[in-house]
Design a protein around this ligand. Structure first.
Ligand code: GLC
Length: 542
């Protein structure tokens, strides 16, 4: 069993696994996953020779919540939702993770609370309530229209009128998710205290929800029209200039970092959106890096707006090159191919029925790039989006059709009718029985086996885990790069995104350490190499 990563900068060498608690494992047969269920499945993730071999888990929100946005509407930052268990279960989960060398991140939601949070109930109760200013309240404009033109990320206006107190409140998401006022120092302090609460309990860090929206334009200025928008286009009508990546956010980020620094070895990864340069700003300036430890780069999922990134060498190269250029100083890019908000990789890349082959190549890319990878639960067995019948749709946020349920379905542990998840009707329907852990665990050609080999290789080959990255100019359809570290064998990674064979050149001969076409592993290769259709491989040198 591999030892836990040591040192306060353990996260620099870690592979993270995002798990959606409602969908990982149900232990009390109510059809909803829970903390005890997760505990019972930890051996799958770490601690044994045949575990997947990840270093840390991120739990999507586990706090008390009316579940309007499945936990991203928090009504108490210091508790555990009864659907998931109680504080004792959370303490057990953390202890059981740590025993296996796994770190634990919770999902901290600072931009908004639930409208049922005690703070909002007070804030809403009257204009003179001391907590009124903890949220963002405004009068209608003199002509009776909304305070500004901001839109909710989920569609519709970002303002809801409160009849009783005669003002509008701001909600960047659902109306049940009012935005906190991060310009009020009491809010900042109260939210910092929620971080300390968990850090004192031994949580290792946080994924921070919509980091880039917590501070808006001080005058809440209207957003400009999007020049690319035309009626009926998929573009959004307004840009997000006043309420996303607004410069004042970085000061708040530094404040959050200062709290984390009180607890050496803790860390945070921010959900941020934008260009590589916009993402880079969240790390802080190159000299100080006093921002977040990590900021997600989601460009392998979508580059602008809601358009999915194609699996082409050209797109991959552009994204990696931009991140390499923009990521400041010794900071590391942070990569993901999927999460609970976006169609799963395999479904996004399956137009010709070859999504699984691309998923195999993507696994190799994800785990060999310079930076910190996040695996989304089920990705390692090739779970795809599940068609959800209209009557069973759960996600209230249909900002893209058909909402986010298809990528949130229960983990498929075995091929039985319950998939090993729950004896009760699951909260979302299962996917096809054939895609499951049990079928893949001991099958060397399986996607799961490939993930495990890739994780093992990454642990063993220091150049892959910690080395520098140099993009190797390659013929169209092939993305290639070299990972190098002083005193260590180097490695070359080649990804053929074409559905045909492609030839590529290596600087030196080597040995195929890992391939999406398993049979090739162990093959000696010269300087000229032929890649199979959609093949990705790692060649070790020296
Ligand atoms: C983030 C979460 C998403 C949630 C939203 C509002 O984007 O990932 O699931 O709905 O924030 O909190």
């Amino acid at each position: 069993m591999p030892p836990a990563l040591d040192g306060n900068d353990w996260w620099r060498r870690a592979v993270f696994y995002q798990l959606y608690p409602r969908s990982f494992q149900d232990s009390n047969n109510d059809g909803i996953g829970d903390l005890q269920g997760i505990i019972s499945r930890l051996d799958y993730l770490a601690g044994h020779d045949d575990s997947l071999g990840v270093d840390a888990i991120w739990l999507s929100p586990t706090f008390p919540s009316p579940m309007k946005d499945f936990g991203y509407d928090v009504s108490d930052y210091r508790g555990v939702h009864p659907d998931f268990g109680d504080m004792a279960a959370m303490d057990r989960l953390v202890a059981e993770c740590h025993r296996r060398g796994l770190r634990v991140l919770l999902d901290w939601v600072p931009n908004h609370t639930s409208d049922q949070h005690a703070w909002f109930l007070e804030s809403r109760s009257s204009r003179s309530n001391p907590r009124r200013d903890w949220y963002i309240w405004r009068d209608a404009r003199p002509d009776g229209t909304l305070p500004n033109n901001w839109r909710s990320v989920f569609g519709g206006p970002a303002w809801t009128f409160d009849e009783a107190s005669g003002q509008y409140y701001l909600h960047s998401f659902l109306k049940e998710q009012p935005d906190l006022n991060w310009r009020n120092p009491e809010v900042v302090e109260a939210m910092h205290e929620t971080l300390r609460f968990w850090l004192r309990k031994g949580i290792d860090g946080f994924r921070i929800d919509v980091m880039g929206m917590i501070l808006k334009h001080p005058d809440l200025a209207d957003n400009p029209l999007n020049p690319r928008w035309t009626p009926g286009s998929s573009e959004q009508k307004y840009l997000w200039t006043s309420n996303r990546n607004y410069p004042d956010v970085y000061e708040a980020v530094r404040g959050i970092r200062a709290v984390l620094d009180e607890f050496p070895g803790s860390m945070a990864v921010g959900e941020v959106f934008g260009t590589a340069e916009e993402i880079a700003r969240y790390y802080g300036p190159p000299g100080t890096l006093d921002g977040l430890h990590l900021a997600f780069n989601f460009q392998f999922i979508h580059e602008t707006g809601h358009v999915f990134t194609p699996w082409t060498a050209e797109a991959i190269q552009r994204i990696v090159a931009n991140a390499e250029d923009a990521t400041p100083g010794s900071a590391l890019p942070c990569w993901a191919f999927g999460n609970h908000d976006r169609s799963r990789f395999i479904s996004r890349n399956d137009h010709d029925g070859r999504g699984l082959e691309r998923a195999r190549a993507a696994a190799i890319l994800l785990l060999t790039l310079r930076g910190v990878p996040f695996i989304y639960y089920g990705e390692e067995i090739g779970m795809a989006d599940v068609d959800i019948p209209e009557a069973r749709l759960q996600d209230p946020a249909r900002f893209h059709t058909p909402g986010r349920d298809p990528e949130r379905t229960p983990m498929q542990w075995d091929g039985s009718p319950t998939r090993g998840f729950s004896a009760a009707e699951p909260w979302l329907p299962y996917g096809p029985a054939a895609v499951n852990v049990a079928a893949q665990l001991h099958a060397p050609d399986s996607l799961l086996a490939l993930y495990r080999r890739a994780l093992r290789l990454r642990r063993q080959a220091r150049a892959l885990r910690q080395g520098s990255l140099r993009i190797i100019p390659s013929p169209g359809d092939v993305f290639a790069f070299e990972r190098r570290m002083e005193g260590e064998p180097s490695a070359t990674v080649l990804v053929n995104t074409a559905v045909h064979e492609r030839n590529a050149a290596l600087d030196s001969p080597g040995l195929v350490l890992l391939s999406s076409r398993t049979a090739r592993e162990g093959e000696r290769v010269g300087r000229d190499i032929t890649l199979g259709p959609l093949e990705a491989l790692v060649v070790g040198h020296g």
